[in-house]
Design a protein around this ligand. Structure first.
Ligand SMILES: NCc1[nH]cc(CCC(=O)O)c1CC(=O)O
Length: 308
């Protein structure tokens, strides 16, 4: 059988699991054999830079740049990503054309010294390189020593086993997709530990106007997840150019109503501002943008300038 769709992905175990899940859904939706697809592994700058926080190295685009170049050069037909890792601005000619049904969006605590963050000993080390997770941990427990943790999910779990930290926070969705949810000792409630925009949702990027790809992807697109993501990405897009502080945002769709909760928080966890907004799911992007305006007004422009 000839390849009819080339699926581009990073090479990490999580990225490969997500690419294979996408392939399996496409096979089922179109009655195609595995041989109709080719999974093309692409190494990105984000995979190669391991020695500093990504926020310093250039941010989110680092996980997508080389993959998007391959899409534009037609070396691949679609690219599978974690929505959380996608910049709000895509290169000209590319779009997010499908979202798979969202997994649990919550963060999970993997504890060695205790099962919950609340039960960790005074001053214990918690590993994370996400500014959002660091700030939320500090807000809960200012006494804890937040240490930088880079690398893929398996690397981070190995560091825990080696005793580098007493616990870490990882996305429930990623652990589930890797079959590693047994390591979780606590799930973080959405209101106390709101997730990053996009967390738990796999998205598929393709060339605008590629009708073959559009036809293949329409069959696996999940409408409510797409609406939730439109809201969360509009919230992020309206803030992340000016906001150097961590941003959390999560939308839930129920019976075509969307409920959004967003938060911005100072890196030290001492100051935060929240927003909640509901509306018709079809107004997803408008609700996200409006929520951004509300939280910006609440925080004041000083908040945005203050934490460089
Ligand atoms: N930046 C890495 C990354 N990107 C997406 C996920 C988890 C999977 C998801 O959110 O869909 C992870 C790992 C983690 O945060 O634990």
């Amino acid at each position: 059988m000839q390849t009819i769709l080339r699926i581009g992905t990073r090479g990490s175990p999580l990225a490969l699991a997500q690419a294979h899940e996408t392939q399996a859904r496409l096979m089922a939706a179109h009655g195609l054999p595995a041989a109709a697809f080719e999974v093309v592994v692409i190494s990105t700058s984000g995979d190669r830079i391991q020695d500093r926080p990504l926020s310093e190295a250039g941010g989110k685009g680092l996980f997508t740049k080389e993959i998007e170049e391959a899409l534009l050069a037609r070396r691949i037909d679609i690219a599978v990503h974690s929505s959380k890792d996608m910049p709000t601005q895509l290169p000209d000619g590319l779009e997010l054309s499908a979202f798979l049904p969202r997994e649990d969006a919550r963060d999970a605590f993997v504890g060695k010294a205790a099962k919950t963050i609340a039960d960790l000993p005074q001053g214990a080390k918690v590993g994370s390189s996400s500014l959002r997770r660091q700030a939320l941990i500090r807000r809960m427990r200012p006494d804890l020593d937040v240490v930088m943790f880079r690398g893929n999910v398996q690397t981070r779990l190995r560091k825990l086993d080696e005793g580098v930290a007493a616990g870490t926070i990882l996305a429930h969705a990623g652990l589930k997709r890797l079959g590693l949810d047994h390591v979780i000792t606590d799930l973080m409630p959405l209101d106390i530990f709101p997730p990053a925009p996009g967390q738990g949702a796999i998205c598929i990027e393709s060339r605008i106007g590629d009708r073959d790809a559009d036809r293949m992807l329409a069959a696996i697109h999940d409408v409510p997840t797409g609406q939730a993501l439109a809201c969360e990405r509009a919230f992020l897009a309206a803030l992340d150019g000016s906001c150097r502080t961590p941003i959390a945002g999560h939308a839930v769709i129920e019976a075509e109503r969307l409920s959004f909760a967003g938060l911005i928080i100072s890196p030290d966890g001492t100051q935060s501002h929240t927003v909640e907004l509901q509306g018709p799911a079809r107004d997803a992007a408008r609700i996200g943008a409006e929520a951004a305006g509300t939280v910006r007004a609440k925080a004041g422009e000083k908040f945005f300038d203050g934490w460089a």
